[in-house]
Design a binder for this molecule. Structure first.
Ligand code: XIL
Length: 319
């Protein structure tokens, strides 16, 4: 294959990227490569709650709409990210809960309204939704959040039911990081999925974020972990792949990075139920890594000038 679109055809896996809406609007070269290479996109931030409802009852869909419109024009499927998370919530919501002006009953109403409104707006245009994001902590406990604290663990089933009500054809996912290897998190997440299935709650997919770093061993159990979930009848996706490194960049580090990327894609290619491999940004020019991990960077498959790195070329060779 000569590019990721051809690779996508060959492997029958959607090849996706997160989209930076500012770059999409302002950088012609960024836009051109995104639209040439990828068959699937995720809004990096534009569909998060703080982006779409910064003030209570005031919806701002412009950025999310622009991303979805661009995807449709370029025959790209869309992953909706994300309906329920503990981060990037609007201040009116977190402050209202903190000062008691939003009680549990109202919070549940607000969540229902949010999910019905956002999923409803993009009904038929979003292939898959990250309905709940990062709801399990690294120690395997349910994550402490306003959702768990105020609504109790039933909020997860509620979220899936409301999303399904608003778009019965969308694939509904639970999504998390470190799920490639963290056994405590894996066990709890499996428990959640089984419980939802036993209750006939519409859940269809498991999302592995795939944020790796070459300073850590590659999570060699990932293929069997993915199988444990897909054996439950779920489809799978790698939803936010990137492979960061401690700077400076060296040829050796880039080779290790290429290896990690290809092993992740091979894991997806080796599982018939894995349908999507999405990178969390495709260029080092726009990556969340330097801002979140001190001294780390260069996590993407293209460099700052949109030139292919070893990882990009290695992905084209995955069979
Ligand atoms: C990150 C974005 O990339 C940043 O631009 C933003 O400031 C914070 O969120 N897991 C997720 C993503 O599910 O939504 C996060 O994205 C990265 C970790």
């Amino acid at each position: 294959p000569g590019d990721l679109r051809e690779l996508s055809q060959k492997l029958r896996i959607h090849m996706g990227s997160a989209v930076d809406v500012t770059a999409l609007a302002g950088e012609a070269d960024y836009r051109a490569v995104l639209n040439r290479e990828f068959t699937h996109i995720t809004a990096e931030n534009a569909m998060k709650w703080e982006s779409v409802e910064p003030q209570r009852g005031v919806y701002t869909w412009d950025d999310a709409d622009a991303i979805v419109r661009n995807a449709q024009r370029n025959r790209q499927n869309v992953r909706g990210h994300t309906l329920l998370w503990h981060n990037q919530l609007p201040a009116w919501l977190t402050e209202g809960v903190a000062d008691g002006s939003i009680d549990a009953k109202e919070l549940r109403k607000i969540l229902r309204e949010h999910i019905l409104t956002e999923v409803g707006r993009y009904r038929g245009k979003v292939r898959a939704w990250d309905v709940v994001n990062e709801v399990v902590d690294d120690d395997g406990a349910m994550r402490q959040s306003i959702w768990l604290t105020k609504l109790g663990p039933g909020y997860i089933a509620d979220a899936f039911r409301w999303a399904h009500q608003a778009d019965p054809h969308a694939k509904l996912y639970i999504n998390d990081y470190n799920l490639e290897w963290n056994t405590a998190k894996i066990d709890t997440t499996l428990g959640i999925v089984k419980d939802l299935k036993a209750k006939r709650v519409p859940i269809h997919g498991i999302g592995f974020q795939g944020h790796l770093g070459i300073q850590y061993d590659y999570p060699g159990d990932f293929p069997s972990v993915m199988r444990t979930f897909t054996d439950l009848g779920l489809e799978a996706a790698i939803t936010e792949a990137d492979v960061r490194m401690v700077l400076p960049v060296t040829p050796e580090k880039l080779a290790t990075q290429a290896d990690y990327y290809t092993r992740m894609l091979s894991t997806c290619a080796g599982n018939p139920r894995c349908v999507e491999f999405t990178v969390w940004g495709y260029t080092d020019r726009h990556s969340w890594v330097p801002g979140f991990f001190d001294g780390e960077g260069a996590a993407c498959i293209l460099d700052e000038n949109l030139a292919a790195k070893p990882a990009y070329r290695a992905l084209l060779g995955v069979r």
